[in-house]
Structure formats: structure tokens, C-alpha cells
Design a binder for this molecule. Structure first.
Ligand code: NOJ
Length: 669
């Protein structure tokens, strides 16, 4: 696909120079006029305030940066100039939840200068969309300010009232894999973004960042009863960001939504990332995959070589045969490379990324896969040793490219990278960026486990296809707390899901756990199917063992469910209770519906108004059986078909921890 033809369908940029507003305050409104952002410097302190439909969303909130080697920037400034921008384009995602994305905003570029002290200057960029806004700092080239060490941001989000928040702590739980808490905003810890808030009046807000490139990740803490202040993940030495002028910070963004579903269908953060940097994206192939993976987590196989080694040539060929037979494009194999035999979670451990175990014949396997129309999905578990990985990365990607491997799952299991730095520190951000850029040169897609939180880089590098950064299915194999509670999956589309695709690894059909009987998947089988619609990823795993799928009639749903969509809609949702979504296939006129509930059984009503009004559809329905229950009878499932139209209203009972998955295919006329 040629990005210059297809990514930019329509663009209009109008720049009017000069100060638009009088005094020390400027104002810019969203294209539909509903959201207004004001920026001012009343007493010298730079601030902004936001309202929607005339009601305050943010009270005047401070902006600025604190340095180690200079005085703070933003405390004694005045506005010296401003430019207004109007922008409107529609661009095409090479893959995604939606094909065409509207990028339409009104913007301000505000020049500021200190009127006391060092006389430093800065630029504030503001963009206001119909569904939210973003702003970023620019420190332009100037005398007396070359290299900077940022110690903090002054950036605040001053809510007009105390909101409720869905949050996970950043410093006490690794890799964003905490259980989401739901508390009043003044009871939060220092939390990672996206942070999702519910205002007393019923609005939903999501605060996050976009285009995190060479900076520390943004976290938030509550500095007084309803003010959220930015915290930047530090280096081990305490500094936050090393920068050189000219530089720009990532965008600080907020989605303002009337209902939870509007958070999910906002593309604001992608719009605030740079357009696609890869000329030819035809090699980036979304797809479904299986793997030699769940067997290790369930104690059936080992990663290291031995009598129960999962990654043997024979076992891999068997998986390739299964993939080919059932239309999976990839087979992930973990434990193929030397290094798993030692305690790889210990500091100082080194994996090899080019040497296979003797019982894994990479060449034979990849040749066989090619014959069968399947690709091996590579695996690079670094154990957090990024220097060891960077030293081997080019050779490792070159080897995989030569073997026809197009996607690599990377992993960083260690609380600190290289025994020292946090994943979300500038150190980590630089490493993750380097991996994605290097992989792109070898035409390799990255599925990053134990990542830094995604911020929309997938727009610029669509080879960054998926990631973890969530308490995934693996916790249902071994977590001492028994596994993910049923409400977990009704929350993450509205929290972590706002940051980008999630490799949650759904699709468990066998709910027995012989090794850890008190830990298990806490859902019904119908819910496992619904997850293919609810949790978005362009590389979507069927996580269970082939032997648990073979001959099972429900596999048919996974064989067909797409990973690349034309349109996504959230029909109904209460965060933490239930979610119903529909998505339209990009390659056909089929629609898919997923509906899931928490630990409570509930009746869902489905208005099929999303279907084309002039045709009939065959609905292939996978629903909880009458006896289904996530604790006592998870596998009870009814599969049935009926003919439906857009005017129909359907009702289905979801079991406790249950779900519903439907494929709608137009009936040939
Ligand atoms: C943690 C990852 O999330 C999991 O998927 C993987 O199997 C292990 N690390 C080993 O790399």
C-alpha cells in the first residue's frame, strides 16, 4: 500500500498569524464548538482551563517544566504571539478497529517568554477535537539553554469536582499488570495512564499521552482533593528526562465522553502521533495465531530443553499442521532458543537470540511452515536485559527475516531493565523505540510483552502491532489469587485498551487446571469467544492447546472472526459490569458482536440497527447454555442460527461470568 496515496485522503491547513484574543488569555474551540480550551498567563504562571457545552471540565490548571540546571519554565511567562490552525484530514489505518480516521481539530501555537530571570522562551501547542484535546511543550533553540535535565512537569488537571477513577498503581506493580481499583480520585496512588474518570455529572474522561518518543512516561497523582498532577517515571539516578533544545514533549491528552463507549471509539491519541513512517506496509499482516505457550504456563511443557520440552521440531510441526487446517496464519513458539535452562529471571542472565536448542530445527520448521502457508511467530524473551538484546538485535531480526518470520513477540520479565531502570523511564522508552524501528527495517512486526504503556506509536510504525501491559490470560494459569476476576474484562477496554491493541490471548476451551486447581479462567466458554470482538488486537491468539480445540464446534467462531475491522461500535457498556460491541469486517460485509458480563448474570437487549437495512443476515449465535456459570459449568454453550434483519431486537441471557458471540453474514439474495 502506498501511504502517500491512501493515508492522506483530504487535508486542509489554514494558518492565521497573530494574537486572536485580547489580554493574557487565548481561547480555541473544537470544530463543533462544544469544547473550549483557554490558555493564559495571569500572574505570570502559565495555565489552561477547559469547558464542554459551557460546563467546566478543568479549572485553571498550571503548566510548565522544572529543570535541574535551570529555573522552572512556565512560572513567569507572558504570551508573545500565537497562531491559529484549522486542520481536517481523513487517513487510512493499514490495520485497526476502524479503517478511515477523521483527524479534525482547531489548534493554537502559543509563543511564550519569561519576563523575569533567564528570559527563556517556550511554545505551547494546543489541538482541540470534537472529542477532547491535547497539548505539548516545545522548547525551541535559544541561547543559554542547550541541554536540559527535566526533574518534573508542573502540568496539572484540576477537576471541578471529585471524580471516581479506575486505576492501577505505577510503582508497586510490575508492567501495568495490576488489578484495576475503582475509588474516588483523592484515594488514588501514583497511577499510570490512561487514567479513566467518571465525573459526578456522568461524563467520562480519559487522561493519557500521545507520541512518547524520547521522554519519560507520564503518570499521575492526586495533589489535592481533585487536582491530578503529572509524575514522570525517573531514571535510577532520580532525573526524569535528559533533553536538548530544540525538543518537544509528548502530547498530554484528554478524551471527553458522554458515555464509556465514546472513549473506546475516540482516535484522538492516534491523531496526535506522526503519520506512517514506513513506505511499504504490505508486509504487515494482521492474523490469528496459535502457539506453544499455554502448555508452559499450565505446566505441561517446559521452556528449556528436556523430556517435556515444548519447542521441539516435532511438536512445532504438529502445531503448524493444526494452524494450516484451521486457517491460523501464525504459530508462536516460546522456548526455542538457548538460555531457558538457567534462571533467566536473575540479573546477569543472557539469552541467545540466534541459537536454537538442538531439538528445534529452525530451518526445517520454517520451510515446512512456508509450504503450509503458515509463518512461525518468533519469540525474544530478554529477561529485561536490553543491552544483551540490543547487541544481538540486528543479527536476530536478520535471521528471522531470512527464515520468513514476520512477527516477533518480545518480552521483558524483570522489574528493572538491566537491573536498574524502569520500563517506563526514558531509558526504557528509548529501548522500545529502537526495537520497533530496527524491526521495521527487517520487515518484522512486534508484539511487545512487559512494555512501556503504548501511546499511539502504531500510527507511525504500524509494525508495532500489539502488546501486553495488562493482567493477561496467563494469570489464570498460575496466579496465587485464583486468576482474573470476571469484572476485569469489562474494565480493560475502557482503561488499558484506550492505549492500543492488547495481546490478552483469549480462547480457552478447557477450564481444568491440574497443576493449580484453585486458579482458573473465571469465565464461560461463550465469553472466551466474545473476547475476540471485545479486546482488539490485529494479532489475536487462540491460546488453548490444539488438542482442546480439535473437534470442538465452537472453534468455528475463532476460525472466522476477523482481526482487521472497518468500523467499531460500542452498543452498551457500564465499566466493570458489562460491555457489548459490534465490529464490521474489513474484508467482507459480515458483522461480529461480542457481549460480556461480570460475576452477575444479566439479560442483554440487542438492537440490530447497525446492520444494513436492505438485507437479511444469517446470525450464527454462540451463547451461554441455561446451566452455564463461570464457577460451576463454564463449558455449557449453545450454538444456533437464525435469520435476522436490522429492525430486529434480540434478547439473550448471559450467565454469571458469561458472554455472547455472534457472526452476522448477509444471506445471498
Ligand atoms: C511473560 C509473557 O507475558 C508470557 O506471555 C511469556 O510466555 C513469558 N513472559 C515468557 O516469555
Amino acid at each position: 500500500m502506498n501511504k502517500t496515496i491512501t493515508c492522506l485522503l483530504f487535508a486542509l491547513i489554514l494558518v492565521i498569524s497573530g494574537c486572536q484574543n485580547s489580554g493574557n488569555e487565548l481561547e480555541v474551540s473544537s470544530p463543533d464548538g462544544s469544547i473550549k480550551v483557554k490558555v493564559g498567563t495571569d500572574t505570570g504562571q502559565l495555565y489552561y482551563a477547559v469547558e464542554k457545552d459551557g460546563q467546566a471540565v478543568l479549572l485553571p490548571s498550571k503548566l510548565g517544566l522544572r529543570f535541574k540546571n535551570h529555573s522552572a519554565l512556565g512560572e513567569k511567562v507572558k504570551i508573545t504571539a500565537s497562531e491559529h490552525q484549522t486542520f481536517n484530514e481523513t487517513w487510512e489505518q493499514p490495520w485497526g478497529e476502524k479503517r478511515l480516521v477523521e483527524n479534525r481539530y482547531e489548534g493554537l501555537r502559543i509563543s511564550l517568554k519569561e519576563n523575569k530571570g533567564e528570559g527563556k522562551s517556550m511554545i505551547l501547542h494546543v489541538k482541540v477535537y470534537n472529542d477532547g484535546f491535547g497539548f505539548r511543550y516545545e522548547v525551541p533553540e535559544q541561547t543559554g539553554l542547550d541541554s536540559m535535565i527535566i526533574m518534573d512537569e508542573i502540568t496539572e488537571f484540576r477537576l471541578p469536582e471529585v471524580a471516581m477513577a479506575w486505576w492501577t498503581p505505577i510503582y508497586t506493580e510490575n508492567y501495568y499488570e495490576g488489578i484495576t481499583r475503582y475509588t474516588s480520585v483523592n484515594d488514588i496512588d501514583t497511577v499510570n495512564c490512561p487514567l479513566t474518570l467518571e465525573m459526578p455529572g456522568g461524563k467520562f474522561l480519559a487522561i493519557q499521552e500521545a507520541n512518547l518518543t524520547d521522554y519519560a512516561a507520564m503518570n499521575l497523582y492526586c495533589s489535592d482533593s481533585s487536582t491530578l498532577t503529572v509524575d514522570l517515571t525517573p531514571w535510577s539516578t532520580g532525573e526524569k528526562v535528559f533533553a536538548k533544545a530544540p525538543f518537544v514533549s509528548p502530547w498530554r491528552t484528554m478524551i471527553i465522553a458522554e458515555k464509556p463507549g465514546d472513549l473506546v471509539t475516540s482516535y484522538l491519541n492516534l491523531n496526535l502521533n506522526e503519520p506512517c513512517a514506513i513506505d511499504d506496509v504490505s508486509w504487515i499482516e494482521p492474523g490469528r495465531y496459535i502457539g506453544i505457550w499455554w502448555g508452559m504456563h499450565m505446566g505441561k511443557y517446559t521452556w528449556h530443553m528436556g523430556s517435556n520440552h515444548g519447542a521441539t521440531t516435532e511438536n512445532t510441526l504438529r502445531h503448524i499442521d493444526f494452524a494450516a487446517k484451521h486457517g491460523f496464519s501464525g504459530v508462536l513458539v516460546e522456548g526455542w532458543n538457548i538460555g531457558w535452562e538457567n534462571d533467566w529471571t536473575k540479573e546477569g542472565h543472557r539469552f541467545s537470540f540466534t541459537e536454537s536448542y538442538p531439538d528445534f530445527d529452525l530451518e526445517k520448521i520454517t520451510q515446512y511452515a512456508q509450504k503450509k502457508g503458515v509463518r512461525l511467530i518468533g519469540h525474544h524473551e530478554t529477561g529485561g536485559a536490553t543491552q544483551n538484546y540490543e547487541a544481538q538485535m540486528e543479527a536476530a531480526f536478520a535471521l528471522y527475516q531470512q527464515m520468513g518470520v514476520r512477527c516477533v513477540k518480545t518480552g521483558y520479565v524483570s522489574p528493572l531493565l538491566d537491573g536498574k531502570e524502569r520500563h517506563s523511564s526514558q531509558y526504557g522508552i528509548r529501548h522500545f523505540r529502537k526495537v520497533v524501528e530496527t524491526a521495521a527495517r527487517y520487515q518484522i512486526m512486534i508484539d511487545n510483552h512487559e512494555p512501556a504503556m503504548p501511546t499511539g506509536l502504531r500510527r507511525t510504525y504500524p509494525n508495532l502491532v500489539s502488546g501486553e501491559g495488562v493482567r493477561g490470560q496467563e494469570y489464570n494459569a498460575w496466579s496465587p489469587d485464583g486468576g482474573n476476576k470476571p469484572d476485569h474484562l469489562t474494565i480493560i477496554p475502557f482503561t488499558r485498551g484506550l492505549a492500543g491493541p492488547i495481546d490478552y490471548t483469549p480462547g480457552i476451551f478447557n477450564f481444568d487446571n491440574p497443576v493449580n486447581p484453585n486458579t482458573r479462567v473465571q469465565s464461560t466458554l461463550a465469553l472466551q469467544l466474545a473476547l475476540y470482538v471485545i479486546i482488539y488486537s490485529p494479532v489475536q491468539m487462540a491460546a488453548d492447546l490444539p488438542e482442546n480445540y480439535e473437534g470442538h464446534p465452537a472453534l468455528r467462531f475463532i476460525e472466522h472472526v476477523p482481526v482487521n475491522w472497518d468500523v467499531t461500535r460500542v452498543l452498551d457498556a457500564i465499566i466493570g459490569d458489562h460491555v457489548t460491541m459490534v465490529r464490521k469486517d474489513r474484508a467482507s460485509d459480515d458483522w461480529y458482536l461480542g457481549s460480556i458480563t461480570d460475576e452477575n448474570s444479566r439479560m442483554v437487549e440487542l438492537d440490530l440497527g447497525f446492520l444494513d437495512s436492505n438485507r437479511s443476515y444469517n446470525a450464527e449465535i454462540y451463547r451461554d447454555g441455561d446451566e452455564a456459570d463461570y464457577q460451576h459449568n463454564p463449558t455449557s454453550l449453545i450454538i444456533e442460527s437464525r435469520t435476522v434483519q436490522s429492525t430486529d431486537l434480540l434478547q439473550y441471557q448471559l450467565a454469571r461470568g458469561g458472554g455472547l458471540a455472534i457472526r452476522f453474514s448477509p444471506v445471498a439474495q
